[in-house]
Ligand binder design. Structure first.
Ligand code: X8Z
Ligand code: ZN
Length: 620
């Protein structure tokens, strides 16, 4: 959000909040429009293209100043969650939201004017800038901002306290979920963490009502419809695109699901993991069953295991949090990107403080929309977190690449692009690369490729239906198709439909399980991650070709390729100044998103899974 948008994108809800400064008495857009239309001297007052340019320039300046203020308040809140910082963050957000809502509504006066494409694009960006638009009513704006801050705080402070009084953080529980194979222990943590979300329910309900009102005022049917309007194509076409792409990936997902369920059945017993039903959600190595790589050991193919584990390699080579970040930065600089500024290392948060509550969910920031780049992350020394660091730095390098664009365009081509860049780089963390940087002694030969692909699929393919369903739920909530009386039921219906996952114990409407996932109380749209999982394989393939790779695509690393770096950077520099289709084409040669690259990447695994699944009853 250097622009308004951007920051929200990255920090989750920076701007989720919204609303208006009570004292801000600018004319409302409607009043303006009426004044213009009813003026007796149209020749003098008629709105012109020059007015639009002047409006856009003034708006850019106003929002830039506000952005600077709000991003600092948000940073402090996320790094130091207290009653007071919550209030300060809500106040800053309220001010920002009020301004954006006022300006977005005011921009409507240019709706019928013939304008150059660039001005029209900027006006549209302004209208769509907020993640959670507020109504123009100042009291409601304040209410919404308060709810946003409260929901974020509830998640950030969340802990599970056991009967013996010992409390566990989400980080503690994440580590145990990854490594424990004790059915009951996993179940306890799974249930325990979800207690945190119960008090969010009434707040969430109020937030939905308020933001829908704001979206209505801007001319959208509801907030979900507004979210779907951000993709340089009609909102309904975008929703259809998602279905089309999911249709491409689904057969591979179903094969993986079938094989993993069979292996979990062997481990825990078929009474615990029935072979014709959804998989219990607590057995997949992750609190939300969104990535499954942590239970790779249970499905590792015989004779094809590559025999190394990045977590262990990092420990053997004494990688601490700082060294992990420096390692990830080095990948980007090897491609020709400038190193991160010294202030990045001075101002970022890398480790969980012992003495205060922080929002540990990883995020990447640009506080001044120039080069005050930072990440905030409670890094754990694992291979999984090493990937997340690459993910976060991808955000920072993107932010810096587009920092000379007008504020309106200081965003990624679409939000999926922002989420895809660091992941694209992490796809290049291959055995060959690990050997090159001295972490691995020998590169496993090709006979181990199925193991490598299996590990990758447990993270990437497993994630895809989850990436889709979070917003399927929210869209239904915003549209009213799902009401508070069936929030939780609708969530589990979607979990079953898309992922083939089920809650391991009965859930009721006293629970609010969507709230146990950061992006729901954090108001970060989630479709971006679905898109990113498709896009990163397209980018990886294209960059590998540019780098002159001759190996199998899953063995390709673009480390050290200045050519790949240059092409990537050219796309990043565009920000959102052009439709995302153009940005995509500039790297991949095609303007359409497509799952072929990810399917090709995993083609050998699909074959292996088909063999393994012979004679099994797949599906749920
Ligand atoms: O939230 C994130 C990033 C920050 S933008 C760590 N991710 C999603 C998640 O954790 O649920 C990355 C992949 C999906
Ligand atoms: Zn991200």
């Amino acid at each position: 959000m250097k622009t308004i948008q951007f920051k929200k994108t990255i920090t989750a809800a920076l701007v989720g909040s919204a609303l208006a400064i009570a004292g801000c008495n600018q004319e409302s857009p409607k009043q303006n429009t009426q004044a213009a239309a009813s003026d007796a001297k149209p020749a003098v007052t008629k709105i012109t293209a020059a007015d639009a340019t002047a409006f856009l320039d003034a708006t850019e300046k106003e929002l830039m100043a506000l952005y600077n203020e709000v991003s600092r308040a948000e940073w402090i809140y996320a790094n130091f969650i207290t009653h007071d910082t919550s209030q300060l963050s809500a106040a800053a957000n309220e001010k920002m939201t009020a301004a954006v809502v006022r300006l977005a509504n005011e921009a409507a006066k240019f709706d019928d004017l013939q304008l150059d494409a660039d001005s029209r694009r900027k006006l549209n960006k302004l209208k769509l800038a907020l993640t959670l638009p507020a109504p123009q009513d100042a009291t409601k704006t304040a209410e919404l901002s308060k709810l946003v801050a409260e929901l974020g705080g509830l998640y950030g402070k969340g802990k599970y306290c056991k009967e013996d009084g010992k409390c566990l953080s989400l980080g503690d529980m994440t580590a145990t979920m990854a490594t424990s194979r004790d059915y009951n222990e996993l179940l306890e943590l799974w249930q325990g963490w979800r207690e945190v979300a119960k008090p969010m329910r009434p707040l969430y309900e109020q937030q939905v009502a308020l933001t829908n009102e704001g979206a209505n005022e801007l001319g959208y049917a509801d907030t979900g419809a507004m979210w779907r309007s951000k993709y340089d194509m009609p909102a309904d076409d975008f929703a259809n695109e998602l279905d089309r792409i999911w249709g491409q990936v689904k057969p591979l997902y179903n094969s993986l699901h079938c094989h993993v369920r069979a292996k979990l059945g062997e481990k825990y017993g078929e009474d615990k993991v029935p072979q014709d039903k959804p998989i219990p959600a607590h057995l997949l190595g992750n609190m939300w069953a969104q990535t499954w790589g942590n239970v790779y050991d249970l499905v590792a193919p015989e004779n094809a295991d590559p025999g190394y584990d990045v977590t262990a390699l990092l420990a053997e080579h004494n990688y601490d949090e700082l060294k992990m970040v420096k390692g990830a930065e080095k990948f980007f600089t090897s491609m020709g990107f400038e190193p991160l500024p010294e202030t990045f290392y001075q101002r970022s948060l890398f480790t969980k403080p012992k003495d205060r509550d922080v929002q540990c969910h990883a995020s990447a920031w640009n506080l001044d929309s120039k080069d005050d780049l930072r990440i905030k992350m409670c890094i754990q020394r694992t291979g999984e977190e090493f990937s997340v660091i690459h993910h976060e730095l991808g955000h920072n390098f993107y932010q810096r690449a587009y920092n000379t664009q007008p504020l309106y365009y200081q965003e990624s081509a679409n939000d999926g692009f922002h989420e895809a860049i660091g992941d694209t780089i992490a796809l290049s963390v291959t055995p060959g690369y690990l050997k090159e940087i001295g972490l691995l002694d020998t590169v496993p030969d090709e006979s181990k490729d199925i193991g490598l692909l299996m590990k990758m699929a447990m993270d990437k393919i497993a994630f895809i239906p989850f990436g889709l369903l979070v917003d399927q739920w929210r869209w239904k909530v915003f549209s009213g198709e799902v009401t508070p009386e069936n929030y939780n039921q609708a969530w589990w219906d979607l979990r079953e439909k898309y992922q083939g996952i089920a809650a391991p114990v009965a859930r009721t409407e006293a629970h609010f399980d969507p709230g146990a996932k950061y992006h729901v109380p954090g108001n970060t749209p989630y479709t971006r991650y679905f898109l990113a999982h498709i896009l990163q394989f397209e980018f990886h393939k294209a960059l590998c070709e540019i780098a002159g790779n001759k190996e199998a695509i899953h063995r390709c690393s673009v480390y050290n390729s200045k050519e790949a770096g240059e092409r990537l950077n050219a796309m990043l520099e565009m920000g959102s100044s052009r439709p995302w289709q153009e940005a995509l084409e500039s790297v991949t040669g095609k303007p359409q998103m497509d799952a072929t690259a990810i399917l090709d990447y995993f083609a050998p695994l699909q074959k292996y899974l088909d063999e393994q699944n012979q004679g099994r009853q797949c599906g749920w």
